[in-house]
Ligand binder design. Structure first.
Ligand code: ADP
Ligand code: ASP
Ligand code: MG
Length: 413
């Protein structure tokens, strides 16, 4: 029998009316002959409110306790959703992450899923229930509650879809799909029909908050088609799938702007084997996630090394660097937290030239200074001043005609 996983985000379940609408959607799919597993997020801004409650009592709360608190948001939604389905005359049962043995590592606040007990869910599906699972949460080997990071309910949903071998994982949200860029920042952005896992992975890691990056990783690894769509309408959204050949014809699929970033630079580090390893091993030991790294040789003895981190990791990164600078004979350290990163992503970059040129020209015309540039096979990113962030995004979107469907853009794609 077909299995559909449906994930409803915070705004989609913000009040009783909306919970009822999501419940009806699940029942509708069930009536068409599919088993249905629903994954739900905390209602509205509840996770933010719980974080604010914690901060009022302790500005540096123990991470274990934070996860205990934050997981309650999702637990409320799933029980309410089950009650709504019951009132509609349908058999439904809700579960927390721990009840379905969603086992994670012990990294509170950014835990990674290790395994799921799909049998518990199959047993309930086989007796005609719609199963409703609390997103964003699991338990570690100590049976402590963990959370997967902000936006992590997407990952719960796709991981469940993989474990249950579901036919599709539908991500219901407050926009109609994946757009060429965040439609709140560039209102003429257009919705894409398809996007590849690789492109979506890049966009997610570069700040496109519409999908949690780990969810896309699971989708790619376990071949789960992900359909991102609106919870308010029936219109088809965006399908995230493996790359198909037409995608290569599109030069740039999307653009992002990422704020909440900081850059740390180590000036004139001794350029000898092992120094870069020492620096980054120390950062890893401090649980700092490092984004882009740039090393440049300034003489045969010295090199500059800089890297970016999320703002939330800046304090830990600074502390780790202070501990290591003497060991690597670094002359000076600088920190910039007034930066943003504008990026363009597209698998078409592999086979077309001229993307970098077009991007840099657009930024130059908009009088945006580029601090540094990093690239991968399918993306180009520029660090710019935070004050220029919006201007930079608009310039890049216009340069790549991201306000038009791909087939209406001037060459190529
Ligand atoms: P949910 O609570 O449903 O998980 P999120 O707030 O996490 O919703 O994600 C939806 C939001 O993602 C949208 O409201 C939109 O502002 C933002 N977003 C960022 N980049 C994009 C993009 N490329 N396409 C669509 N939405 C985007
Ligand atoms: N409720 C969590 C958050 O706000 C998880 C999620 O919505 O995906 O980040
Ligand atoms: Mg989300």
């Amino acid at each position: 029998m077909a299995i559909t996983v449906q994930k409803f985000g915070g705004t989609s379940v913000a009040d009783a009316e909306k919970i009822r609408r999501c419940a009806s959607r699940a029942i509708e799919v069930f009536k068409k002959g599919s088993q249905v597993v629903v994954v739900a997020s905390a209602r509205g801004k509840q996770t933010d409110e719980l974080i604010a409650d914690a901060m009022e009592l302790n500005p540096d709360p123990p991470k274990r306790e934070m996860d205990m608190l934050l997981s309650t948001g999702e637990q409320q939604t799933v029980s309410l959703m089950a009650m709504a389905m019951d009132a509609m005359g349908h058999k439904a049962i809700s579960f927390t992450g721990s009840q379905i043995r969603m086992i994670t590592d012990g990294a509170h606040g950014r835990a990674r899923i290790q395994s799921i007990d799909a049998d518990v869910i199959h047993r309930k599906l086989d007796t005609g229930h719609i199963v409703i699972v609390a997103g964003f949460q699991g338990i570690d080997a100590e049976e402590d509650i963990t959370t997967l990071g902000r936006g992590g309910s997407d990952t719960s949903a796709v991981a469940l879809a993989a474990a249950l071998k579901a036919d599709v994982c539908e991500i219901y949200t407050d926009v109609a799909g994946i757009y060429t860029t965040d439609p709140r920042k560039f209102p003429s952005a257009v919705k894409m029909g398809h996007i590849s896992y690789d492109e979506m992975l890049e966009l997610a890691s570069l700040g496109a908050g519409v999908m949690h990056g780990r969810a896309v990783e699971f989708g790619k690894k376990y071949d789960v088609p992900i359909h991102v769509r609106s919870s308010m309408t029936d219109e088809a959204g965006t399908l995230i799938t493996h790359e198909v050949s037409q995608m290569e014809g599109i030069l740039v699929s999307g653009a992002t702007i990422q704020k909440n970033l900081a850059k740390i630079g180590l000036i004139a580090v001794d350029n000898k084997p092992g120094n870069a390893a020492k620096i980054f091993a120390h950062l890893a030991g401090a649980q700092v996630i490092v984004n882009d790294i740039i090393q440049t040789e300034i003489s045969s003895e010295k090199a500059n090394i800089s890297f970016t981190v999320g703002s939330a990791d800046l304090a830990d990164a600074k502390k780790a660097i202070e501990e290591i600078v003497r060991q690597v004979q670094c002359q000076d350290v600088f920190v910039r937290d007034d930066i943003a990163e504008v990026s363009v992503v597209g698998v078409g970059m592999r086979s077309h030239c001229g993307v970098a040129d077009r991007m840099f020209k657009a930024l130059a015309v908009a009088e945006v200074n580029i601090d540094s540039i990093t690239t991968s096979e399918i993306r180009i990113s520029c660090i710019v001043d935070l004050d220029d962030a919006e201007k930079a995004l608009v310039a890049v979107c216009e340069a790549f005609e991201l306000d038009k469907p791909a087939d209406e853009r001037t060459s190529p794609g």
